[in-house]
Design a protein around this ligand. Structure first.
Ligand SMILES: NC(=O)c1ccc[n+]([C@@H]2O[C@H](COP(=O)([O-])OP(=O)(O)OC[C@H]3O[C@@H](n4cnc5c(N)ncnc54)[C@H](OP(=O)(O)O)[C@@H]3O)[C@@H](O)[C@H]2O)c1
Length: 264
């Protein structure tokens, strides 16, 4: 199975596979997403990122040279504008990173005390949003695969997708569903040259972690920049693998319908 749940070590030679990649990152103004913007821009990728707060989007775009897109992945009416702006600005797409995430109710609480609306919001941001955006961008990703570049969708997961932590029910259920979705996408689209990864970055020193576990000691947590380097390495390995198999055998023609449409 190509979709995995563990990170391998960083790529030792940091080759130039990332250079000139066209990458979309959701949640690019904070924590891991921001670190990924920095990491991939520094390695020569063309990056577009998405977040809701316009002033933070503007600030990160100015600081990094990446294309900032204001949008909310949990809102279906935002998905096509995000996809159109991203593909328009990048001139195509090789890598989609579904990173933006909602914790659900904060402070975290047992499922019995979780409002249905809070569960719905976690699912909208962490599961349905990535699904809609992937669907909207599938045509562009498949085109990249057909051109022999390979295409990767990285869904950022969590150990809460696997372990039943009390208080993490809404978040954990949404991440578990996203992880399984990634595995099914992978089975369905492997023959097109589109690879799906579902990876847990580990516990990181980010605003999301501080919100979830306010009394955690930040010195015990991973730096988002380290996780971004590891994820960059995983994307790179997936692309190298895809490119060698794309050279070895021709791709199937596109077999899904409505590739450029998100769910209504
Ligand atoms: N931190 C950890 O220890 C940890 C552990 C395991 C997995 N993860 C996963 O790692 C990923 C990144 O987490 P993080 O800790 O870096 O989070 P973070 O610091 O809270 O950053 C979240 C980013 O996503 C954006 N965002 C949130 N909701 C959004 C929405 N609906 N539409 C568009 N953008 C949205 C935020 O900007 P706006 O608010 O302006 O939209 C921000 O840029 C998440 O998938 C998380 O589940 C984190």
């Amino acid at each position: 199975m190509a979709a995995t749940h563990n990170l391998e070590g960083p790529d030792p030679d940091r080759s130039d596979t990332i250079a000139d990649l066209r990458v979309v990152i959701t949640g690019g103004t904070s924590g891991l997403g921001l670190a990924l913007v920095h990491e991939l821009v520094a390695r020569g990728a063309r990056v577009a990122f998405v977040a809701r707060d316009p002033s933070r989007v503007e600030r990160v775009a100015a600081a990094t040279g990446a294309h900032g897109i204001v949008g909310d992945v949990s809102r279906k009416e935002d998905i096509h504008p995000i996809a159109l702006q991203a593909v328009g600005r990048l001139g195509g797409l090789d890598v989609l990173i579904n990173n933006a995430s909602s914790l659900g109710p904060v402070p975290l609480r047992p499922l019995g005390d979780t409002d249905c609306e809070d569960l719905e919001q976690a699912l909208a941001t962490n599961l349905v949003g990535p699904f809609r955006l992937t669907k909207a961008l599938l045509g562009a990703l498949a085109a990249s695969a057909r051109e022999g570049r390979g295409a990767v969708v990285l869904n950022v997961s969590s150990d809460a997708a696997i372990n039943a932590y009390p208080g993490w029910g809404a978040y954990g259920a949404s991440k578990a569903a996203l992880h399984h979705l990634s595995r099914v996408w992978q089975e369905e689209l492997a023959s097109l040259g589109v690879r799906f990864l579902s990876l847990d970055p580990g516990d990181m020193d980010t605003p999301l972690h501080a919100l979830a576990v306010p009394d955690a000691d930040p010195t015990t947590l991973k730096a988002p920049a380290d996780a971004a380097r590891e994820l960059g390495g995983a994307i790179e390995r997936a692309l190298l693998d895809l490119r060698s198999s794309l050279q070895a055998q021709p791709r199937d023609s596109v077999r899904f319908e409505g590739a450029a449409t998100a769910c209504a």
